[in-house]
Design a protein around this ligand. Structure first.
Ligand SMILES: Cc1cc2nc3c(=O)[nH]c(=O)nc-3n(C[C@H](O)[C@H](O)[C@H](O)COP(=O)(O)OP(=O)(O)OC[C@H]3O[C@@H](n4cnc5c(N)ncnc54)[C@H](O)[C@@H]3O)c2cc1C
Ligand code: SF4
Length: 405
């Protein structure tokens, strides 16, 4: 711990002052005070409320603004045919970015399977990532002006060829320290005050991500390392399918998400959780290998934030805050995206040549992990459903997807 380090330095005649990082709104002391004698699984929602009280963000005295702490139920809509995704800003690459790109082009000039590997990763034009303070402020202003208004309702939706939709694209800038999360929240609050069209559900939904999830993940990481990196409570040991690197798959949802990651180093939260890590979870991929993939391929990857998201939220690795796995069949993706319409697989079929792999794998996942999951009260309904569907007769199809027929 910090005290030991201070003592070690002092014992050698030096002086060590440990200061808190400037990348977050809440401090380690606040987390420790909140945690008290709480045991895992830690609840993000209660920590988020505590952070709201402590900062005064979206508060009306002691009460949450609008009367509710959380407007999540208004954050799950799918846009209508007239929806147009606002175009995110582009940035003129600065000198360092240009030189880095030249170096990457020269060093990684090969194909996926020819040395030196590289082609198809990173879209050179247009460049959409803020890498300076000025660009980060521009990105923040652009989000507040154009995308915040519908951030809430379409937060969970996925549209083919629309990687950003109403998302902020600010994780990289915040993780790099180009903008402070406090600044991000306050600009969003000001923008909502100035624009009566911004509903509270959009503003609260956004603040919950930054003040709730981002802060919570940082503290959970500190609390549960180093065990979290290797956590694998479901005992999953499959290798990551090659399509995560090549994008070569008939599954329309996976192809679109991987294509976005290859081009931009980005996929939005629901693509990360309900497509990319959901598939890996159902397939039984080793969480550590999935974690490596997320680290290698995303512009916003840092161990403190990638690991709890991938190993815990995406893979149900440790049970440190997740109370059940985020495992879903094609039903979820069909409801929240337009991918299934153009897919060669049938989202309604569980067996047969056209059956969506998410379905076949989903039932096999439940069967495979029944010992660990069946007694979980949050999983009771799905296990009852598995039995209704003819019990384990559907599961061999899932095994065939994983191991070959
Ligand atoms: C499997 C998986 C891997 C992830 N890996 C990363 C990662 O490497 N780096 C990273 O910063 N985020 C990661 N996330 C969290 C989240 O998906 C990204 O922060 C978000 O998609 C970034 O895009 P955005 O800025 O457009 O976010 P928005 O959707 O617009 O959200 C606004 C901000 O809220 C914060 N936020 C939202 N959700 C989370 C979360 N679960 N954890 C931490 N911060 C959150 C981010 O700072 C984000 O910029 C991961 C999530 C999952 C499920
Ligand atoms: S049918 Fe299955 S694989 Fe195809 S897009 Fe839908 S969920 Fe994805």
């Amino acid at each position: 711990g910090d005290d030991e380090r201070v003592l070690m330095v002092e014992a050698r005649g030096g002086r060590l002052a440990v200061v808190d990082t400037e990348l977050f709104v809440t401090s380690r002391e606040q987390w420790v005070a909140w945690m008290g004698d709480r045991e895992p699984p830690y609840r993000q929602e209660t920590f988020y409320r505590e952070a709201r009280r402590a900062t005064g963000y979206l508060m009306d005295g002691d009460e949450p603004l609008g009367g509710e702490w959380n407007y999540d139920e208004k954050n799950r809509q799918f846009p209508g045919a007239d929806y147009e995704a606002p175009d995110p800003p582009e940035f003129e690459p600065d000198d360092l970015t240009r030189r880095t790109r030249e170096w990457v082009d020269e060093t990684f000039a090969g194909d996926y399977d020819t040395e030196p590997p590289g082609v198809g990763w990173a879209d050179p034009e247009p460049f959409r990532w803020p890498v300076t303070r000025e660009a980060a402020l521009e990105a923040l202003a652009d989000f507040c002006e154009h995308r915040l208004v519908e951030f809430g309702p379409y937060q969970d939706a996925m549209l083919s060829g629309e990687p950003a939709m109403n998302h902020a694209l600010l994780s990289g800038a915040m993780n790099l320290g180009l903008v402070h999360p406090r600044e991000v929240i306050e600009r969003a609050v000001d923008a909502a005050k100035a624009d009566p069209d911004v509903p509270l559900s959009s503003l609260e939904g956004f603040v919950r991500q930054v003040l709730g999830w981002r802060e919570f993940m940082r503290h959970v990481y500190r609390e549960s390392m180093p065990e979290l990196t290797g956590a694998n409570q479901l005992g999953h040991h499959e290798r990551l399918p090659e399509c995560y690197w090549t994008g070569d798959t008939d599954m329309a949802c996976m192809a679109d998400a991987v294509e976005g990651v290859r081009k931009r180093g980005y996929a939005h939260h629901i693509e990360r959780l309900m497509v990319l890590s959901n598939f890996a979870l159902l397939y039984g991929v080793d969480p550590a290998e999935l974690n490596e993939w997320f680290h290698a391929t995303y512009v916003d990857a840092y161990h403190w934030v990638t690991t709890p998201n991938v190993v815990e939220m995406g893979s149900f690795g440790a049970g440190v805050f997740a109370t059940k796995p985020y495992a879903a069949s094609a039903n979820y993706i069909d409801e929240m995206s337009d991918h299934c319409e153009g897919c060669r697989f049938d989202p309604d079929a569980t067996t047969g040549a056209d059956a969506c792999p998410f379905n076949t794998l989903y039932w096999e996942f439940l069967d495979r992990n029944a010992d660990e999951l069946q007694s979980n009260h949050r999983m009771g309904l799905v296990y009852a459903h598995l039995d209704e569907r003819g019990g384990r007769t559907v599961t061999p199809a899932g095994t065939a997807v994983r191991t070959g027929p």
